[in-house]
Design a protein around this ligand. Structure first.
Ligand SMILES: [Zn+2]
Length: 211
């Protein structure tokens, strides 16, 4: 799937979460994945629907324009893709599409998110965010210090900034992923195992080392 990602483009997520049958049907379409790759390669400056079609046709010669435009519309409706207007040098206007960051929180139930925020936001701000910040800086420093891992850092080129929100979406994904990796290490730790048993969420047979 990553074979034609241009160099310097990082795919931190290797799949997307699905919330409904409708979304699943969009993602089940093979052309959706071609479109997503084209968008990812286009980076922060986005790409016009016409150019997307051209790029997809480099690999899938016979695909109809209506099919690609219909999928693009569905991706937009599902907020995987964003749109922005542009004016080019000769005064032509139109719109460009950009791949939204595939944020971790789109996978979480809205009501649950609301409850956690109500009960825990103050705690998170006071006790966790300082550690999140320290961890983020430490990840950046450690990846950067090693020439072999430097490529995993999101790039800082101006062209990578989204024309809508002015950030590099790849960087937002990067942070989602480093926290998700930390969270899985927590779930593989001895302290987690002990807590699971104490809270009676697991029996005495449970061990985090099993998998
Ligand atoms: Zn954006």
């Amino acid at each position: 799937m990553n074979e034609f990602l241009k160099e310097g483009t990082n795919a931190y997520y290797t799949h997307m979460g699905v919330e409904s049958v409708h979304e699943a049907s969009v993602l089940a379409n093979e052309y959706t994945w071609e479109i997503l790759e084209v968008l990812r390669n286009a980076g922060g400056q986005g790409i016009t629907p016409k150019k997307i079609l051209e790029k997809v046709r480099e690999k899938k010669k016979n695909v109809s324009s209506s099919k690609i435009y219909a999928l693009l519309k569905k991706l937009y409706e599902n907020h995987w893709v964003d749109k922005g207007d542009y004016v080019n040098k000769i005064g032509d206007t139109g719109h460009k599409h950009i791949l939204n960051e595939i944020a971790g929180d789109i996978l979480v139930n809205d009501d649950f998110t609301k409850v956690i925020k109500e009960k825990m936001q103050k705690y998170i701000e006071k006790h966790l965010i300082p550690y999140f910040l320290e961890y983020s800086k430490e990840v950046i420093k450690n990846l950067n210090d090693d020439p072999k891992t430097r490529k995993w850092l999101p790039d800082r080129k101006k062209e990578s900034y989204c024309f809508n929100c002015h950030s590099n979406h790849e960087a937002l994904e990067f942070f989602d992923c480093i926290f998700s990796i930390a969270s899985s290490l927590f779930q593989e730790s001895d302290v987690f195992e002990i807590m699971m048993k104490k809270e009676r969420f697991a029996s005495e047979k449970y061990t985090v080392k099993s998998s």
